[in-house]
Ligand binder design. Structure first.
Ligand code: ADP
Ligand code: ZN
Length: 761
């Protein structure tokens, strides 16, 4: 069965198909590849509307390319679509409507069509939703935005005035370059009418060019650093891989500060040398600014940027120019993977283990895995860079599926910090305080030397729980199964699930006792308060994503801290991600046990990664660093592995444990999340699914649940989970789609499938 056909048979529970116009009956087509359709030819158009089908239309006047972005009539509306291939033509031809017009964009390449289809199949997402990810750009259907530019024409004017001469001099001096009217008249010091006069005589040519101008060309030989022997070997290997011209994935593993970035920039340079495009994915927007600066220093020009902090105009420009091959390197967030590259040769996934690569709402996909998929389709190289790879990537390298490159030492004089535990059972610490006397002493010691200390706690806000001391009531969200988190900075209680907030109440919402509400437990704001009291002479800076109104403000604060504007940095997970603080020599982890609680499959892996990432912030220059872990269980195997710094040993043990129970990456999992405003309904449907598990059992897999999700209610919807555990190598997606197709679901009901789930909330 062709991929397209299979795709359109699969589940469509989330998407209630609208009833399309009679003339737009369902057809299923697969991309036909490069081709051209003449006016009146029957073509199949995939729209971004939630319909589970490709619709037949006629090619417009002037014809259209396969892959062309078009506007088509759908019922009374005009919608965006892509010419996916030939039409099926099994319907009354007289009633098929015509494409309205072809949009001003390079046609989608077959490689991207295939990628969207395969990604849709893999994630069990309707293809139309995948197309939406690939066309999330404003003004795509606006008329072409052109501007007039001027360049040198033929001959001399009939009357040569001084002003006219200056215009021609400017144009001659700059060779074949074009100017806008205002640029040219300003440069020549004349009024625009002088230029227009020359245009009338063809001495200056007036032309229309797109407003979305190409990006500056990169200079690959501009600012490369002299690499250490290790780094040079690694860069050489990546270069060789790039020269193969085909697909391959490399796991680039190296401790923080070992120069992974320097090394993969050489792979980027190689791709650019070969005339191909490169994409660098970063997990955190706040990191892009620092990275872009380094990039510009290396290549003498800026990369294209794609993330939520980029203006709409710039987004449209990048999207269009990338499609014309006019942007050589894109730096961006996970959705940059869906841009219409013309000739993608390299994808770097920096901090590849980072959980933010998994999109947790809408289309559930993992950008790291999808990067490998896209590269394998378009014949590109992938570099997965990390100090602490995910077990998935580690196992793929072990199995020989990925090439593995190691950078084992830090660059220059800097060394990895020394890890030590602070046994909290032995520390005398009053309740409502979290900085132990041992940690306090260490911090004082660093401040005295003019160095910086970082206190890390992975929790935003002031306190995770607000409780009434009179009646014991905990303040919870009215729509979610979650306690409200106090954010003292904003003076509000906020639900971290749905984002709803309310002012901190004066009386208990339950017993109405006045002034008895108390904050329980620490968050980053509270820690900051404690540090200010404990170290009154020190300058304390707090870094938490929600304390900044813009990425720019955050970036500025980070730069100031790096330059020495703070003695103590208090931070959440945000600081773990690759910022350079040269004066930082001490990292104190307030609660090293935090991530070990709960039954998450990846609890150990995540804690190990996070602790090592955070500790990696210390001692990045010459001064050696120390990482102190406050823990109540210093003998826990994960804590011991962190302290011993025995990475390979940790991965081996973790891998062996997962292998034994057939858990990922040695088995497959999929989550089914059912939700509905109706509690009974959600359980009944869950139970019915569990009863009809035939298709799942047929592939040797098991269904667990239904069970209430750990967060049993979000935004007023009750949530139930089922979990599927399957052996590797079975047709899991197909079985799931057959399985869930058996159950009819009511209107307000939602069922979503999470293939390879990363979180289980
Ligand atoms: P990683 O990505 O592994 O954390 P980076 O590439 O950011 O490491 O390197 C850490 C620091 O060392 C950066 O400031 C970088 O500029 C510097 N560095 C690494 N390699 C070199 C080199 N060969 N020459 C000069 N500076 C280097
Ligand atoms: Zn809520």
């Amino acid at each position: 069965m062709p991929v397209g056909v299979f795709l359109f048979c699969i589940y469509r529970i989330e998407w209630k198909a609208e009833t399309p116009d009679e003339s737009e009956r369902a057809v299923n087509v697969t991309p036909t590849g490069p081709g051209y359709f003449d006016e009146g030819d029957l073509v199949g158009v995939l729209t971004s509307q939630p319909l589970d089908r490709v619709l037949d239309y006629r090619a417009p006047e002037g014809g259209c390319h396969a892959g062309a972005f078009v506007e088509v009539p759908l019922g009374p509306r005009k919608v965006l679509g892509v010419v996916w291939g030939s039409g099926q033509g099994d319907y009354d031809k007289a009633r098929i409507r015509s494409i309205i017009r072809v949009l001003d964009a390079a046609p989608m390449r077959e490689e991207l069509q295939v990628f969207l289809q395969r990604a849709a199949e893999y994630t069990l997402t309707p293809l139309t939703a995948m197309l939406r990810l690939a066309t999330r750009v404003p003004g795509l259907s606006n008329p072409p935005s052109m501007q007039k530019v001027y360049r040198l024409g033929n001959g001399r004017p009939n009357r040569e005035t001084e002003a006219r001469g200056r215009v021609l001099d400017v144009l001659e001096e700059f060779g074949g370059l074009s100017f806008t009217l205002s640029e040219l008249s300003k440069q020549a010091g004349v009024t625009p009418s002088v230029v227009k006069g020359l245009v009338a005589q063809d001495c200056v040519l007036e032309e229309d060019t797109p407003r979305d101008l190409p990006f500056a060309r990169l200079d690959v030989d501009c600012g490369g650093k002299t690499l250490s022997a290790d780094q040079a070997t690694a860069a050489g290997q990546l270069r060789t891989a790039a020269q193969s011209g085909g697909y391959g994935t490399t796991l680039l593993r190296g401790v923080t500060g070992s120069g992974k970035t320097e090394v993969y920039l050489e792979a980027v340079a190689e791709a650019v040398r070969q005339g191909r495009q490169a994409l660098v994915l970063l997990p955190e927007i706040a990191l892009t600014a620092e990275f872009l600066k380094r990039f510009e220093a290396r290549f003498g020009a800026r990369a294209g940027e794609w993330h939520s902090g980029v203006t709409m105009t710039e987004r449209r420009r990048l999207w269009k120019i990338v499609g014309q091959g006019g942007c050589q390197v894109v730096v961006g967030a996970r959705s940059a993977l869906f841009l219409p590259y013309q000739n993608l040769g390299l994808i770097v996934v920096d901090e590849e283990h980072d959980s933010s690569y998994k999109q947790e709402d809408g289309v559930l996909y993992n950008a790291r895995d999808m990067a490998v998929l896209r590269a394998s389709i378009c014949g590109a190289q992938v570099v997965l860079a990390s100090a602490t790879p995910s077990l998935e990537s580690w196992a793929n390298a072990e199995a020989g599926k990925y090439q593995r490159i190691e950078l084992s030492s830090r660059f220059g004089a800097s060394v990895l910090p020394d890890f030590r535990a602070i046994d909290m059972r032995l520390e005398k610490l009053p309740s409502s305080r979290w900085i132990s006397p041992s940690l306090e002493a260490a911090v004082n010691n660093r401040i005295a030397k003019g160095e910086q200390a970082l206190l890390f706690i992975n929790r935003r806000g002031y306190a995770p729980v607000t409780i009434c001391r009179a009646c014991g009531h905990q303040v919870t969200c009215k729509d979610c199964d979650a306690t409200l988190v106090e954010h003292r900075f904003q003076n509000r209680l906020i639900c971290h699930q749905c984002g709803e907030s309310e002012p901190v109440p004066e009386v208990c919402p339950h017993c109405e006792a006045e002034g008895r509400l108390a904050a329980v437990g620490p968050g980053v704001e509270r820690l900051s308060e404690e540090a200010s009291n404990l170290f009154p002479q020190a300058r304390v800076a707090t870094l938490s994503s929600d304390l900044y109104t813009s990425a720019r403000a955050l970036k500025q604060q980070i730069e100031e801290i790096a330059a020495g504007a703070a003695d103590i940095i208090i931070g959440t997970q945000l600081v773990a991600k690759g910022h350079n603080f040269p004066k930082l020599t001490l990292v104190g982890v307030i609660d090293a046990d935090l991530g070990l609680q709960g039954s998450d499959l990846r609890a150990a892996e995540r804690t190990f990664q996070l602790m090592r990432q955070v500790a990696g912030r210390a001692g990045r220059s010459e001064a050696p660093g120390t990482a102190l872990l406050q823990t109540f269980q210093p003998e826990h195997s994960v804590i011991r592995a962190i302290l011993a710094g025995d990475e390979e040993g940790f991965w081996q043990t973790e891998a062996a444990e997962r292998k034994q129970v057939g858990m990922p990456p040695y088995g497959r999992m999929a989550g089914i999340i059912l939700s509905s405003p109706d509690l009974q309904e959600v359980f009944e449907i869950g139970a019915e699914l569990a009863r009809r598990d035939g298709p799942i059992r047929q592939i040797g897999a098991q269904v667990f649940g239904p069970a209430p999700a750990p967060i049993a209610r979000i935004r007023g919807r009750h949530r139930v989970r089922l979990l599927i555990k399957a052996p590797k190598g079975v047709a899991l997606q197909k079985a799931i789609s057959q399985w869930i197709a058996q159950v009819k679901t009511p209107n307000q009901f939602r069922l979503s499938v999470d293939i390879d789930p990363q979180s289980f909330y």
